[in-house]
Design a protein around this ligand. Structure first.
Ligand code: ADP
Ligand code: MG
Length: 240
């Protein structure tokens, strides 16, 4: 579903990604971890075409991102993205937040978009909050809205960038539970997170990044079980 080959990216002279290569197959859940500044956010932004890269290739659901003919807005709609800060439209109601892109990008009728919206709000446990604005919800609820908004586009894959790191501890579980359910339903997911409980539960593979490189890309059990690189071990010993 996501095929990343030898991707290199620079900010000016600074190389932020070096020869990054990995694949996420349909239905797979891949957790990406690593120290702050190692390039995790940049890598997933490249997958969603939010950041350009200088060399290498990324193919998402058969679409080559470097192909100048590709409609990037359409591609972004096909790959759901959930950020650390929920990035909801503060002046719009929750239903409007979910309907907007369905109508503007996918051309759904308002009725169709609304039906989808309500069923997704039900799925993330927020049907009773449908007509509120984001500021009236807790951080955990807002993040669940952000997940529902991404799902409203019927994405082929979902990318998450530290979706729980801005949340108070008591709200982390409600967001992880939604993500776990999504994973168990077969969604293809690439998740930047340090929530190793989540990784243990649903990840198929764990990628460990350091200094812009993919240092490890191994099945979950290998990551938590067998010895791995010094760098990953040092990192794990700090967070576990
Ligand atoms: P991570 O998500 O793993 O913390 P990032 O992908 O955000 O890492 O950043 C990787 C590196 O790239 C960091 O050194 C960061 O300072 C640098 N960086 C990120 N965004 C920019 C930018 N827009 N311009 C210049 N440098 C950046
Ligand atoms: Mg980051």
């Amino acid at each position: 579903m996501i095929d990343i080959t030898l991707v290199n990216k620079f900010y000016g002279n600074f190389q932020v990604l070096t020869d990054c290569t990995t694949k996420v197959r349909k239905g797979e859940v891949v957790v990406v971890c690593g120290p702050s500044g190692s390039g995790k956010s940049t890598l997933i932004k490249c997958v969603n075409a939010l950041e350009p890269f200088q060399s290498g290739r990324i193919i998402v659901d058969g679409v080559d991102l470097s192909d100048p003919k590709v409609d990037l807005n359409r591609l972004r709609a096909r790959v759901g993205m959930v950020f650390q800060h929920f990035e909801l439209f503060p002046h719009l109601r929750i239903t409007e937040n979910l309907c907007l892109a369905q109508e503007k990008v996918l051309g759904r009728s308002h009725e169709e978009a609304m039906a989808k919206t309500l069923s997704l709000l039900e799925r993330v446990g927020l049907k009773d909050h449908a007509e509120k604005r984001p500021g009236q919800l807790s951080g955990g609820q807002q993040q669940r809205v952000a997940i529902a908004r991404a799902l409203a586009m019927d994405p082929v894959a979902m990318l998450f960038d530290e979706p729980t790191s801005a949340l108070d501890p008591e709200m982390i579980k409600e967001v992880l539970d939604v993500m776990i359910e999504l994973a168990q339903d077969g969604m293809t997911m690439m998740v930047v997170t340090h929530e190793m409980g989540f990784a243990r539960k649903v990840a198929d593979r764990v990628i460990f990044m350091d200094k812009g490189e993919i240092v490890e890309d191994v099945p979950k059990d290998d990551f938590f079980g067998k010895p791995h690189s010094d760098r990953a071990q040092a990192f794990l010993s700090k967070i576990l």
